[in-house]
Design a protein around this ligand. Structure first.
Ligand code: MRU
Length: 333
């Protein structure tokens, strides 16, 4: 199914009553089309293949995936098995595991499994939207006057239940009339910055400046940036930040140039069971994502590729971690 580009950013995930409908982010902004998932396997495959991405959005998607499983069977072991399948689709981003565990825990007391799992999934979605607005307000209070931002990957409505984490702060500053320039790193290899963030911002009437990732140092040196604002896929108890590959480089560059580094993430992204990033295995993705471009091979056949999806920024390089509960300065436990 497809529909025309609506005013405002379309939702990345929706429950249709029979399926989990996902906006296929792999083809944006060129093509706006949807994938209807009618089984847990289809939802897990969609998460794995990046139809839907962004830590909170995949958490919401997994929650609706469990609603599909609960509709098909009221056996708790089958639901736990579905949870394991979903968690394995993208293991680093903690929101996915958090959403699955939250629902499985609630299931122990549930009477009408299918209905109650759906209610919980809807709650996860609406809480995320509320958290994003709260984080944007907290974050904006940390920043004085007109603010020039550098951001990375896509952290907006497409990556969340709506509004966004880091991009929510950009929207908030814009609404307050305090947004200067916004630099958007293209974010190789999936180009979430160039394809998704630029598209979302344009819909809000915000004109970003797109740069290749390797331009970040020059842009910062030019004095055009005040703060780097990113989201996170996992924040450890100490305040180490796992986020899209390239975030660590931006944090190092920000510190070198005397700029601030802000990480915006809901508490569903915080993993208090893990003290520091060294305990986390970062997922790798296929070599083809780097060795080919647009289906066309660009690197020699057989080349060894290292393609980690995320990197770890040590807490010492982070000035603020903003959650819906308030602002933390790491070490944050
Ligand atoms: O690989 P992706 O596109 O799922 O990576 C997304 C990010 O790294 C975001 O910065 C992160 O999920 C947090 S923002 C909602």
């Amino acid at each position: 199914m497809s529909q025309s580009i609506s005013k405002g950013c379309p939702s990345p995930v929706a429950w249709t009553g029979r399926t989990v409908r996902l906006l296929d982010q792999r083809w944006l902004p060129g093509r706006e089309c949807y994938v209807d998932c009618d089984s847990v396997d289809a939802v897990a495959d969609a998460i794995q293949s990046m139809v839907v991405r962004g830590a909170p959005a995949i958490g919401v998607t997994a929650a609706y995936g469990l609603a599909l499983a609960a509709r098909d069977s009221d056996d708790l072991e089958a639901l736990a098995q579905a949870g394991r399948r979903l968690k394995s689709a993208r293991p680093t981003a903690v929101n996915l595991g958090w959403a699955v565990d939250r629902i499985l825990l609630r299931c122990r007391d549930l009477q009408q499994l299918a209905d109650d799992v759906l209610v919980e999934a809807r709650a996860i979605e609406s809480e995320d939207l509320r958290a994003n607005h709260a984080m944007a307000r907290h974050a904006a209070e940390c920043l004085q006057g007109t603010v020039n931002v550098y951001t990375h990957c896509n952290t907006g409505s497409l990556a969340t239940a709506g509004f966004g984490t880091a991009l929510g702060v950009v929207r908030q500053l814009h609404a307050e009339g305090r947004l200067g320039q916004v630099f958007v790193g293209e974010t190789r290899p999936w180009l979430q910055g160039a394809r998704l963030t630029a598209w979302e911002l344009a819909m809000d009437g915000i004109e970003p400046t797109l740069v290749v990732d390797s331009a970040a140092a020059s842009v910062m040196r030019s004095g055009a940036v005040d703060v780097v604002i990113t989201g996170a896929d996992r924040v450890t108890a100490d305040g180490d930040v796992l986020n899209k590959i390239g975030t660590y480089s931006l944090a190092v560059l920000a510190r070198h140039h005397g700029l601030r580094m802000m990480v915006v993430a809901p508490t569903s992204t915080v993993d208090l069971d893990t003290t520091s990033a060294s305990e986390i295995e970062i997922e790798q993705r296929p070599a083809e994502e780097v060795a080919a471009w647009n289906g066309q091979r660009v690197a020699p056949q057989g080349i060894t590729v290292y393609n980690p999806v995320f990197d770890a920024t040590p807490y010492a390089l982070v000035d603020w971690i903003v959650t819906e509960q308030g602002v933390f300065r790491p070490p944050a436990a």
